[in-house]
Design a binder for this molecule. Structure first.
Ligand code: FES
Ligand code: FE2
Length: 406
């Protein structure tokens, strides 16, 4: 039983109050969750993994999202293809493991075989008039950009899907210089979260909670406390940093609603970290070799948002990739991957404990507050509350969400 069995979703959306959190069903109702998958998740460019997950032809990974399983495979042609993990015979799953190395894609049920380009090359004991070329795997839209693999569950050309090229054009100046295509993931952690995906995203979109919830993050990032205590002093530091680095051609500004298409969910926040801090580490020292040794490091940090389910936190020496996967109404998977330069060697150039410190400790803390948020939202007495002035980006996400889900 879902609240939208009796009420069109547009009516539920229309009665939400701007500036307030959503009503309970948006966080607890399976019908709304199903609608989220159709209207939001199935229309977004979804980050799957970094290209270093598929180093050689024959390597594959699968990604489970929105009731689908998608196979990403490195083909002999060197292209990365994405296929729905659905057999063209009677619909079985084809790849049953999350990753592997194969010469062909073979269905375990009746052993139909496809090559890595998705062409059916063998089907046993079929009638004379059966034409294998009529039964390729169903392709899924895929883009590889700056070493990151994205898919889209909607058919190519769906008008509700954002133009990938527009996103790349807006975000490119903040990320192209980092050589992520030649970089590699050296560590990944999963943070299973007992909450609706929107609570996880709302939390990621605001730092109102940073001072009470994240002592480590707050100690490293001057903008949290200094921004509160002495906003003008902080503004001056940021302006001086911007003036210094914009002359050298670095993208230093925020990419805000004024400078981008507000109907799209991507944006960038870029700023200096703290006096004497080169990167997001415990002591401010670099934790890996510079991603681009040819470029003078400006020691800034960038939060690059691709959409509600994928974010890159970019420093000059490493990148952290955040993938949010809605799994069910009250469960989400948050996966964090740490990326360093391709030639960096563990032990010599980086130490995983130091590299992951900032975002591991912070994400563990976030998981706890998000879980507690969901528990409270589940209460009979939960009612929408008012966002603070420090939660502008969260509000922006909610406004965008409501406009899409209706
Ligand atoms: S269902 Fe795949 S070969 Fe029959
Ligand atoms: Fe947080």
């Amino acid at each position: 039983m879902s609240v939208i069995d009796n009420m069109p979703i547009a009516d539920l959306v229309a009665r939400q109050t701007p500036g307030m959190t959503l009503e309970q069903p948006f966080y607890t109702d399976p019908g709304v969750f199903a609608r989220d998958l159709e209207a939001i998740v199935a229309k977004q460019w979804l980050f799957v993994d970094h290209i270093s997950a598929l180093p050689t032809p024959g390597d594959y990974i699968t990604y489970e999202i929105a009731g689908e399983s998608i196979i990403l495979v490195h083909a002999k042609s060197r292209a990365i293809h994405a296929f729905f993990n659905v057999c063209r015979h009677r619909g079985s799953r084809i790849c049953l493991n999350p990753k592997g190395h194969v010469r062909t894609l073979t269905c375990p049920y009746h052993a139909w075989v496809w090559d890595l380009e998705g062409r059916l090359i063998r089907a046993r004991q079929m009638a004379e008039d059966f034409k294998p070329e009529d039964w390729p795997l169903h392709t899924c839209a895929v883009r590889v950009w700056n070493g990151m693999i994205f898919i889209n569950l909607a058919p190519e050309g769906d008008p509700q899907v954002a133009d990938f090229a527009a996103m790349a054009r807006d975000l490119g100046p903040y990320i192209d210089h980092a050589n992520l295509a030649g970089a590699k993931v050296v560590h990944t952690e999963l943070y299973p979260t007992d909450a609706n995906w929107k609570l996880a995203v709302e939390n990621f979109h605001e730092c109102y909670h940073c001072a009470p919830a994240h002592p480590e993050y707050t100690q490293v990032n001057a903008y949290v406390n200094d921004g509160d205590r002495d906003p003008e002093g902080r503004q001056k530091v940021v302006q001086d940093w911007r003036a210094t680095w914009s002359i050298k051609g670095h993208a230093v500004d925020f990419l805000g609603p004024e400078t981008r298409d507000p109907r799209q969910p991507w944006t960038v926040f870029r700023q200096p970290i703290r006096d004497g801090f080169h990167t997001l580490s415990q002591d401010g020292g670099y934790v890996a070799p510079l991603l681009n040794p040819e470029r003078e490091p400006d020691d800034g940090e960038a939060l690059i948002a691709f959409g509600p389910l994928f974010y890159v936190y970019l420093c000059t020496d490493h990148a952290t990739l955040f993938r949010f996967t809605p799994v069910s109404t009250g469960f989400s998977e948050v996966r964090v991957s740490w990326v360093v330069r391709g030639d960096a060697q563990e032990g010599r150039d980086f130490d995983v404990e130091k590299l992951k410190w900032m975002w591991d400790v912070t994400t563990i803390e976030d998981t706890k507050i998000i879980n507690d948020n969901q528990k409270g939202v589940n209460s009979r007495r939960y009612a929408p509350g008012r966002y603070s002035e420090h939660e502008g980006w969260t509000r922006e996400f909610i406004d965008w969400y409501l406009s899409r889900v209706a």
